[in-house]
Design a protein. Structure first.
Ligand SMILES: C[S@@+](CC[C@H](N)C(=O)[O-])C[C@H]1O[C@@H](n2cnc3c(N)ncnc32)[C@H](O)[C@@H]1O
Length: 243
């Protein structure tokens, strides 16, 4: 059991950390954690990843700076402040893992994601925790409320499927589509695993054994809806062309 400075985490988080972080143990890994508090989690990361790890903590509270030690560097600043985040992104040489355990308000989580996600290594991991604040009004949350981190992150599901979009005006392949391999939702945690992603293709191997079924005829209402969707896509395309 950890004997160092105080750590404050939900009990079920540890299994999730190990599931996504274990491949980095003993390697040259750069880990950033927003939210230092008493510094216990930074010490835990140092112990877990080993002597080649570089650990960076960020906290609004300047007193946290005194918790620096070998392998652990601490920056003071507000994770809602985009210019602070941009400076920070320039000061940290390598980010393999980013953990957001800071103030947990919607703006803090979204700004931190937008400024630092692109800085995470191509095979890195972004983990945002305590997402239950997306349901707590005091943190700016509320069930299905616009602007919460949960609602914001639901768009990620669309982005990784953009390869298959038939509505390019509203959903097309982006950097997110090309750099995110998987999204993992747990209670109060979202883990985003990065990996360069190519346009998916499919293969057929082996001998076909049954003759395909003729597709059932579409009922009139469905055919009409498909026709309207096609007309809408055409109109949007034309409008774009004429602009
Ligand atoms: C939940 S505690 C961090 C706990 C720590 N990671 C651990 O596991 O023991 C949250 C920390 O976030 C810091 N914090 C709150 N708002 C912040 C902000 N806007 N920017 C940076 N840090 C902030 C607080 O000062 C506090 O130390």
């Amino acid at each position: 059991m950890h004997q160092g400075n105080e750590i404050h985490k939900w009990r079920h988080y540890f299994e999730i950390y190990d599931r996504h972080f274990s491949r980095y143990r003993g390697t040259v890994v750069g880990l950033v954690e927003f939210g230092v508090s008493h510094g216990g989690s930074l010490q835990m990361w140092k112990h877990y990843f080993g002597p080649r790890a570089a650990i960076y903590g960020i906290d609004l509270n300047p007193a946290c700076k005194s918790l620096e030690e070998e392998q652990i560097r601490i920056f003071t600043g507000d994770q809602e402040d985009r210019s602070f985040l941009r400076d920070l992104a320039r000061s940290i040489p390598r980010i393999d893992i980013l953990i957001d355990d800071g103030g947990h308000t919607m703006r803090q989580q979204i700004n931190t994601f937008e400024e630092l996600f692109p800085r995470v290594e191509p095979y890195g991991v972004y983990l945002c925790e305590d997402l239950h604040t997306s349901y707590w009004p005091d943190w700016g949350g509320g069930y299905r409320k616009r602007g919460t981190f949960i609602e914001y992150s639901k768009n990620f599901i669309d982005y990784i499927h953009a390869w298959h979009s038939q509505n390019a005006a509203r959903l097309s392949v982006s950097d997110f589509t090309k750099t995110v391999y998987s999204l993992h939702y747990y209670d109060s945690i979202l883990v985003i695993e990065k990996r360069p992603v190519e346009k998916p293709d499919h293969i057929k191997v082996g001998v076909p054994k049954v003759s395909p079924l003729d597709p059932p005829k579409k009922p009139l209402r469905q055919a009409l809806a498909a026709f309207r969707q096609r007309a809408r896509t055409l109109r949007t395309g034309l409008r774009k062309l004429l602009r």
